[in-house]
Write a protein that binds this ligand. Structure first.
Ligand code: ATP
Ligand code: MG
Length: 245
């Protein structure tokens, strides 16, 4: 039934004392269009939220860091202030050009906190983020070796990693540093570099040590674009409120 017929029928059946919301067909049409827009906006937002939830589940962000954000990174000195401001800018300006980061420093200085804050921010904007230690990554790759079904092959996993918007390697330096490990890291960084994807690295080592472990090829690629290398050279936040024994 078209709108005109509908309004006519409505006028005939509603009691005389009730004034219909729409007197004219054009008003009803306008209202219908507005409702359609509201409905499709709601569907788009719902789909976005589903995608964000899915990306978060796959991100590898550990329970301890789920709530890490820029807001709950406390500033106690200029060092904190500087890294907070630079990481915030990094996240806000992140787009589809390469911008890698390397966070170096002693344990408990907030490297994971700020890397996760970047991750959480980007996931909320619809980006795919994956954070992993090299040892976990190697375990996952090795687990693909015995797959008969060709569904989860090493090649497919490396390909998948190459497409993530931001891949963060945690605990660089703790890995075994085998030849195979080096080949895999090289392959991943190389592919990500060619597909203009950004990579982050966290380590307790200094820049010279990290360069020795990973090699000049990888470090050279990490330095490309608007890359960020930050030294977290202050004391651990973990034992901030510790009772002295
Ligand atoms: N400035 C800060 N404000 C609030 N919380 C902080 C701050 N710095 C660190 N933290 C908290 O302290 C804990 C340790 O920090 P984090 O895990 O980020 O350290 P890290 O530098 O990655 O250490 P490691 O090298 O041992 O992995 C975390 O729970 C983190 O949220
Ligand atoms: Mg850490």
């Amino acid at each position: 039934m078209n709108n005109k017929k509908f309004l006519k029928k409505l006028k005939n059946i509603i009691p005389i004392h009730i004034i219909p919301k729409f007197q004219y067909e054009t008003d009803l049409l306008k209202w219908n269009k507005k409702q359609e827009k509201i409905f499709s906006k709601k569907i788009i937002q719902k789909n976005k939220n589903i995608k964000i939830k899915k990306n978060f589940k796959k991100s590898g962000i550990k329970k301890l860091y789920i709530n890490c954000s820029f807001k709950n990174y406390h500033i106690e000195h200029d060092g904190h202030k500087k890294v907070l401001s630079l990481t915030k800018d990094y996240a806000k300006n992140f787009n589809n050009h390469i911008s890698n980061f390397i966070f170096l420093g002693r344990p408990g200085t907030g490297k994971n906190h700020l890397a996760t804050a970047i991750g959480n921010y980007l996931i909320s904007k619809g980006k795919k983020v994956f954070i992993t230690t090299i040892s976990n990554l190697m375990l996952k790759i090795k687990s693909t070796f015995n797959n008969q079904d060709k569904k989860n092959t090493e090649e497919k996993f490396i390909n998948y990693l190459s497409k993530i918007d931001l891949l963060i390697f945690d605990e660089i330096g703790i890995q075994t540093q085998s030849k195979y490990e080096k080949i895999i890291i090289n392959q991943i960084i190389d592919r990500r570099y060619s597909s203009k994807k950004s990579t982050g690295m966290l380590s307790n080592l200094n820049f010279y040590e990290i360069k020795t472990i990973l090699g000049e090829r990888i470090i050279d690629r990490m330095k490309f674009g608007n890359s960020l290398c930050l030294n977290f050279n202050w004391n651990s936040y973990r034992n901030k409120n510790q009772i002295k024994l």
